[in-house]
Design a protein around this ligand. Structure first.
Ligand code: ATP
Ligand code: MG
Length: 333
């Protein structure tokens, strides 16, 4: 079972990333053979960005992932731009990707409207590069949050179309792995929008590296509704979000939280319990981060080693893809 997932080094990683993705990465290390995790810096340039900051954020994200429990001995951890096979393959795969499908992607639509200067072709092309990221490793499973479901479907179409045209079993059609609870953590101030690195509100986004006081403040100011019932419901997006967060942080089902909160005096109790549980969950990550982040040489060494292993795997796929697509000299029989 090969597992692959990517995470952007844009902005700072938040509670949604932690719950929807990073926790799954850590767990995947026990099942993945191998588990491959990639800091997707090439994806980050699809919106306005600062080159100096990008490099810093790659280190930040690497240190967060290791502090959260990724062990470079048990997984591959690398920087996307170090493995050129991703970009090579994305061009080849673009020939079996329908532009209409790209145009329909919600992420493209949502992110285009928030661009002030330029809606780049990279923003449209993003899912093709993402398909290449995964397909280059012939990964079987892709742990992601709910927002990536659509991109995963597109990626599966791309793989199927490729195999139909060039031969079965050249690419693996991957499955997504989306957590049952916490797949879509919402912005605390705008609970109808997902918590996000590049969109979202400052006050409504809990960062993995926030100190306990900041976490408490943000969660206690979370937007709820005017009722008092602590239950999940479509017309209570704020309360539902807090229940989901508390359930994940405590490692219990949302129903257990609802049950437990029956004796609560109001939303204040729910917020206090959620803040405490999130602080308990994130504190070890924040504490581990400082020392890891300070040693850039070590982070570079980890990323370089990961890239070397990743490249060796991606090269094999690329060689097969190029051969069937008619590039290079004819394959010797
Ligand atoms: P952006 O909004 O710029 O796309 P992001 O916050 O989505 O950034 P990514 O690096 O694109 O961050 O996503 C990394 C992983 O985190 C993906 O698997 C994504 O599905 C997951 N994820 C992102 N936001 C949430 C969220 N609010 N709840 C649960 N999972 C999330
Ligand atoms: Mg995203």
């Amino acid at each position: 079972m090969r597992i692959f997932s990517g995470i952007q080094p844009t902005g700072r990683k938040h509670l949604g990333n932690y719950i929807g993705a990073i926790r799954q990465y850590v767990e995947g290390q026990d099942r993945g053979d191998p588990a491959i995790y990639c800091i997707v810096d090439l994806h980050a340039i699809s919106v306005a960005y600062d080159p100096v900051e990008l490099r810093e954020r790659v280190y930040d994200t690497t240190a967060i992932l290791i502090a959260a429990g990724l062990d470079p001995e048990r997984c591959l951890l690398f920087r996307q731009s170090d493995v050129h096979e991703h970009t090579d393959l994305s061009w080849l795969l673009s020939s079996v990707t329908a532009i209409g499908e790209l145009n329909r992607m919600h992420q493209f639509r949502d992110k285009s409207v928030s661009q002030r200067e330029l809606v780049s072709a990279a923003l449209l092309f993003y899912p093709v590069l993402q398909a290449a990221d995964v397909l280059a490793y012939r990964a079987h499973e892709v742990p992601v949050g709910e927002d990536q479901r659509e991109h995963l479907e597109l990626m599966r179409d791309v793989a199927r179309r490729f195999n139909a045209r060039y031969g079965d079993d050249i690419l693996v059609v991957p499955e997504h792995r989306i957590p049952e609870v916490g797949a879509r953590i919402m912005d605390l101030q705008e609970p109808t929008n997902k918590m996000s690195t590049t969109g979202g509100t400052l006050e409504g986004t809990v960062l993995v590296l926030d100190d306990p006081a900041a976490i408490e403040k943000k969660i206690k100011r979370a937007v709820t509704d005017s009722g008092t019932d602590i239950v999940r419901s479509p017309d209570k997006p704020g309360v539902t979000n807090l229940i989901d967060i508390l359930a994940v942080a405590r490692g219990v089902a949302p129903e257990a939280v609802e049950q437990d909160m029956r004796s609560a005096r109001g939303y204040g109790d729910l917020k206090a319990a959620t803040a405490q549980a999130v602080v308990d969950m994130l504190t070890p990550v924040r504490e581990g981060y400082g020392e890891l982040r300070a040693d850039e040489q070590r982070l570079d060494a980890i990323l370089a080693e990961g890239a070397a292993k990743a490249r060796a795997m991606a090269r094999e796929t690329l060689a097969d893809v190029r051969a069937v697509m008619g590039f290079g000299p004819p394959p010797s029989a």
